[in-house]
Write a protein that binds this ligand. Structure first.
Ligand SMILES: Cc1cc2nc3c(=O)[nH]c(=O)nc-3n(C[C@H](O)[C@H](O)[C@H](O)COP(=O)(O)O)c2cc1C
Length: 399
C-alpha cells in the first residue's frame, strides 16, 4: 500500500516533501506557511526521478521514493535546476542507486562537478533533445536564468506534462492537497505571487523569453518544483506568470515608510487619506520596520504606484528602508509610478537618496518630492496632498 507518495497517473508519482522547519527561504524570505520541494518519479520501461529536495528533508524524500519505485532500479535522475533546495540530495540518490545516470545540460554538468565533485554517470542533453524512457519520452528546453543559468524544463509528450522547475512555482507547503483542483487557490495565489516577486521577478525578461519558447507546447499539466501541481487549469498559472513577468499591474498604491518617532508615519497617513479622497480604493500602508520586504515587494508587484517615505538616519535613509530600496533596485521593476517623501532635523539625506533611487530605475517619478523638517507643517501637508492627487490622477487616467 502506498501511503506517502502520491500516484498522479498511470506512470507518474509525486515524491516531493514539505518543509515547515526552515524559517527563511534562501535565508532571506519568510516561510510562515512553509514550502514544498516537489520531486516526481516516472515509472515506465525506464525509471526517471525528476529533481531531488533540500538535504534537510532527504529522509522523508527517500522514504517516498523507495515506496513508489519498489524494487525497480533508478535509471535516470534529471536535474532541471541546480539550486541546492533541489540538488541537495543528489549524492544520497547516487548512494542508494549507484547505477543512476544524471541527466543535465552542459552548465548543469559543470555545476554538478563544482558543487558535489560529480564527474561520472552523466548524460549531457542539448536544448530540444529527448530522453527515451520507453512508453514515455522527455524533451528538454533550456530556460536560462529562470532561475539560474542551467535552468531547464522538460515536456512529456504523451501525457502533455511540463516539468517546469522553479517556473510556475510558489511558496506554501502542500497540506495534503497537491493539485490545483484540491486547494483553496486564494491562499496559493498570494503565496505564488510572493514567490514570483521574491525569487523569479528579477528574471522577468527571461521568463517572457521562456514563455514564448514554450508557447507551441500543448500543456495539460504543469509540475513545478515548489507549490501546487496545475492539472485542472494549467493555463491559470501560465497566465499569472505572464502577467507578473510583463509587469501588468492593478490600480492601487503601496505606501511604505520608515519612521522612528512617528513624524514620517504621519506624512504617510496624510498621503493615504488624500488618495482615498481622490477615489483610490486599493491603498496599503506598510511600516518597513514591521513588515518584511518579502510581503511589500509582492504587493508592489501587484499595484501600479509605490510611495516611499523615510526619516533621515545618519545622513541617509532609515536603514530598514535602505534594505527595501536595495531589494527594489535589484528587481528592476517596470511600469510603476513612484513618489517619495521624508523628514529630517538638521542635514537631511533620506529624501535625497530616495529621489536618486527613483530617478535611477524605470519608475515614473511623480512630483512633488516632499521633505519636512522635524514634523510636517501646513505647507508640507499641502505638498503631500498634491503628491497624492497627482498619483491618483495618473491612475485614474488609465481607467
Ligand atoms: C538616531 C538618529 C539619527 C538621526 N540622524 C539624522 C541625520 O543624520 N540628519 C538629519 O537631518 N536628521 C537626523 N535625525 C533626525 C530625524 O531624521 C528627524 O527627527 C525625523 O523627523 C524623525 O522622523 P520620525 O519621527 O519619522 O522618526 C536623526 C534622528 C535619530 C533619532
Amino acid at each position: 500500500m502506498k501511503l506517502l507518495s502520491v500516484k498522479m497517473n498511470d506512470f507518474l508519482y509525486y515524491v516531493g516533501v514539505n518543509d515547515r522547519d526552515t524559517h527563511l527561504f534562501e535565508n532571506i524570505w519568510p516561510l510562515e506557511n512553509g514550502v514544498s520541494y516537489n520531486s516526481y518519479l516516472i515509472v515506465a520501461e525506464k525509471t526517471a526521478l525528476l529533481d531531488t529536495v533540500k538535504i534537510t528533508k532527504v529522509s522523508d524524500f527517500t522514504t517516498k521514493l523507495r515506496e513508489a519505485i519498489g524494487d525497480r532500479d533508478l535509471d535516470y535522475l534529471v536535474v532541471h535546476h541546480m539550486e541546492p533546495d533541489h540538488s541537495g540530495s543528489i549524492e544520497t540518490i547516487r548512494e542508494l542507486y549507484p547505477n543512476v545516470k544524471i541527466v543535465g545540460n552542459k552548465k548543469t554538468i559543470e555545476f554538478l562537478n563544482e558543487f558535489y565533485g560529480i564527474t561520472d554517470n552523466l548524460v549531457e542533453i542539448k536544448d530540444g533533445e529527448s530522453l527515451d524512457l520507453g512508453s514515455r519520452k522527455l524533451t528538454f528546453y533550456t530556460t536560462p536564468m529562470v532561475h539560474w543559468p542551467e535552468s531547464m524544463v522538460s515536456y512529456e509528450e504523451y501525457s502533455k506534462t511540463l516539468f517546469s522547475q522553479d517556473a510556475f512555482g510558489g511558496f506554501g507547503a502542500l497540506d495534503g492537497t497537491i493539485f490545483d483542483d484540491e486547494i483553496n487557490l486564494d491562499f496559493y495565489h498570494s503565496e505564488t505571487r510572493r514567490y514570483y516577486s521574491n525569487i523569479v521577478g528579477k528574471f522577468s525578461k527571461s521568463v517572457q523569453f521562456a514563455l514564448k519558447k514554450l508557447s507551441p507546447l500543448d500543456i495539460k499539466m504543469v509540475c513545478p518544483v515548489h507549490g501546487p501541481i496545475w492539472r485542472a487549469n494549467p493555463g491559470k498559472i501560465i497566465e499569472l506568470y505572464d502577467k507578473w513577468s510583463s509587469y501588468q499591474v492593478e490600480e492601487g498604491v503601496i505606501i511604505c515608510y520608515g519612521s522612528m518617532y512617528g513624524n514620517t508615519q504621519t506624512m504617510a497617513e496624510v498621503i493615504a487619506r488624500e488618495l482615498a479622497e481622490q477615489g483610490i480604493k486599493n491603498i496599503k500602508i506598510f511600516d518597513v520596520s514591521k513588515t518584511h520586504h518579502s510581503y511589500i515587494l509582492s504587493e508592489i508587484w501587484k499595484y501600479k504606484a509605490v510611495i516611499l517615505g523615510s526619516c533621515t538616519y545618519n545622513n541617509d535613509m532609515f536603514p530598514v528602508m535602505s534594505n527595501l530600496v536595495n531589494t527594489l533596485r535589484m528587481n528592476k521593476i517596470e511600469n510603476h509610478l513612484i513618489g517619495v517623501f521624508g523628514s529630517y532635523s538638521w542635514s537631511g539625506g533620506a529624501v535625497k537618496s530616495l529621489k536618486e533611487f527613483a530617478e535611477d530605475g524605470k519608475y515614473e517619478l511623480i512630483e512633488p518630492v516632499v521633505e519636512a523638517k522635524c514634523t510636517a507643517k501646513e505647507a508640507d501637508i499641502e505638498e503631500l496632498k498634491k503628491l497624492a492627487k497627482n498619483i491618483a490622477d495618473k491612475l485614474k487616467a488609465d481607467r
